[in-house]
Write a protein that binds this ligand. Structure first.
Ligand code: PEP
Length: 244
């Protein structure tokens, strides 16, 4: 299976720089999954049209339509040509208090609109120090069992992202990542999701990409800071191609 490189651009770049970066990736024949900010989706979508890159959004409303100021619905994203959406990213779980009920509603809305959710899980440092890292991830994944099988089947991937490794420059070790990916694989198997790729995320950069991609059940990488410049993202993508 080709290893996946997904770029979460968060609240970064501008319309011009996002579409220039996307266009260069597309012209180079790269097959990255790009998650730009909402206002850049249209321009990035145009820049990657006809290429192997895919477009995703960073968030989605749990509501269908209506008086939800600031929200963007799954139907709107699908209408714009988005195929995927991040759900459960730790910056949403923690920064915006998104609980399991809200995430479940988002997963359902996304799947019903034909979007493929990229579901993110991962423990905080406190949970890891308390010896609860595995329990945390197992509990987060259990949410998927509440989806109808057809909704669940729309998932494009699951990302394991230890919260303490996101944007911190601190890397999880192979000894921490490999057992967690094995656990995620076992849980996904139980849910009938044997084919869904499992991505690793947390301070991925060109220097550590190859080592991470060599680990068992690391089917790709979800990259934040390391995806904002062409040379860095291209080097990570080259590592993914070599590991595929
Ligand atoms: C992320 O936002 O999903 C992420 C992994 O960020 P970073 O690569 O910057 O740690």
């Amino acid at each position: 299976m080709p290893k996946i490189v997904a770029a979460n651009w968060k609240m970064n770049l501008r319309r011009g720089s996002a579409s220039a970066l996307a266009g260069r990736l597309a012209r180079d024949g790269r097959a990255c999954w790009l998650f730009p900010a909402f206002p850049h989706l249209d321009a990035v979508g145009a820049a990657i049209k006809g290429s192997q890159c895919k477009l995703g959004a960073q968030d989605v409303s749990p509501e269908l339509d209506g008086a939800f100021t600031g929200d963007v619905s799954a139907e709107m994203l699908a209408d714009l040509g988005c195929g995927m959406v991040l759900v459960g990213h730790s910056e949403r779980r923690q920064g915006y208090g998104e609980d399991a009920a809200r995430l479940l509603a988002k997963l359902r809305r996304a799947a019903q609109a034909g979007l493929a959710p990229l579901f993110c899980v991962g423990e905080t440092l406190a949970r890891r120090k308390a010896g609860k890292a595995e329990d945390t991830v197992r509990e987060q994944l259990a949410l998927l069992s509440k989806l109808a099988a057809v909704e669940r089947g729309r998932l494009c991937a699951v990302a394991y992202e230890p919260v303490w490794a996101i944007g911190t420059g601190v890397n999880a070790t192979a000894a921490e990542i490999a057992p967690m990916h094995a656990l995620v694989r076992a849980e996904l198997d139980k849910l009938g999701l044997a084919k869904q790729p499992i991505l690793y995320g947390g301070s991925v950069k060109p220097e550590n990409a190859a080592e991470l991609l060599a680990l068992a059940e690391v089917n790709g990488l979800l990259v934040g800071g390391g995806s904002l410049e062409y040379d860095s993202l291209a080097a990570i993508d080259d590592a993914a191609k070599s590991a595929s």
